[in-house]
Ligand binder design. Structure first.
Ligand code: RIB
Ligand code: CA
Length: 324
């Protein structure tokens, strides 16, 4: 298997952590680096969580850098009601000596790290975006020359149906709608792993509990993360979902046969009560917009619409079993 060169962009986050474990474990992924952005938690917490999870995965030297502290326009928000105040569901991981990336003794920011990794790569790099796309938007605006070194942006975000942050908007896109619009309209090839599939890939509770008794650190950590109640019940009580969340986007990367996708026009609503919605145009003949003088959608995106959930659960569990 030829490993795909990958840059991860994360807001670690319970499910970003599950994704990092998978990225380190899977032989089809060559993890070149990780850029961090504010989202599920404030940026310093996201960075710290990312470093400690890399240790839990037994990762080698993976460069990590911090990027945007807040969205382009929106104020910074967080998702502590889902991911806990520390962004990792209160799961205590051993302290890490791992540091963010430096060059000649100076801290390197995420945009510069991404730029350097992309330009230095012998082949185009897949950016897997698991967070608000603020870093990606800034990268593309500041360094458009890197576009030719991006194979595609495979992003967890958006929805062709139900929302989560709002009735129609998914958290990553809702958190920074302008950034998502910039990426979708950038001309870079995009792949949308949205809530239509994200909400389907779940591990049974008893399996999550059993993982916590594993002799392997990564499996124990994964079991705790999966068992963290990331759902919000009708009475606002935490409920078990078992979702592998962001990690599903990496399953989509290494096993695209587990999905049904369509290439469709997608644009991000930036105004009104549906701000942050990804409007996925599934009409057979979308041309009517021009007849009504409405906005023409520029970017088309490969959109994941259905998933073989059990296939991805099995893939996830068998992959992290490879870690110590
Ligand atoms: O809507 C789910 C997404 O928002 C996931 O990436 C989760 O980690 C949060 O960032
Ligand atoms: Ca995330």
């Amino acid at each position: 298997m030829t490993a795909v060169p990958v840059l991860l962009d994360v807001d670690t986050g319970v499910d970003d952590a599950l994704a990092i474990l998978f990225a380190v474990a899977h032989p089809g992924i060559h993890l070149l680096g990780i850029s961090c952005v504010a989202g599920n938690a404030a940026l310093p917490q996201v960075i710290q969580n990312t470093l400690t999870v890399l240790d839990a995965a037994g990762a080698g030297d993976v460069p990590v850098a911090g990027g945007a502290h807040r969205p382009l326009i929106n104020p910074a928000r967080d998702a502590s009601h889902v991911h806990g105040s520390d962004g990792l569901g209160g799961i205590v991981l051993p302290p890490t000596s791992r540091q963010t990336h430096t060059l000649d003794g100076a801290e390197v920011g995420a945009i510069e790290l991404m730029r350097r990794i992309l330009l230095a790569s012998a082949e185009p790099v897949t950016i897997v975006a698991l967070a608000p796309q603020t870093n990606l938007a800034l990268l593309l605006r500041a360094h458009p020359e890197v576009s030719e070194k991006i194979e595609r942006v495979l992003f967890m975000g958006g929805s062709a149906s139900v929302g989560n942050a709002t009735a129609v908007a998914e958290f990553n896109v809702w958190h920074d709608p302008e950034a998502a619009a910039i990426v979708l309209d950038s001309g870079v090839k995009t792949f949308m792993y949205g809530l239509d599939v994200f909400n389907r890939v779940a591990v049974p509770f008893d399996k999550a509990v059993a993982l916590q008794s594993s002799s392997r650190t990564a499996e124990r950590v994964a079991g705790q993360l999966i068992a963290h109640r990331t759902g919000i019940g009708a009475g606002k009580e935490p409920v078990y979902t078992g979702l592998i969340g962001d990690a599903g986007a990496l399953c989509a990367l290494v096993d695209p046969e587990g999905l049904r996708t369509e290439t469709l026009p997608v644009f991000v609503e930036l105004a009104g009560t549906s701000r942050g919605q990804t409007v996925v145009d599934r009409r057979v003949y979308p041309g009517e917009d021009s007849m009504h003088g409405l906005r023409e959608t520029t970017g088309v995106t490969e959109v994941a619409l259905e998933v073989d959930a059990q296939r991805y659960v099995d893939l996830y569990l068998s992959t992290i079993a490879r870690l110590g």
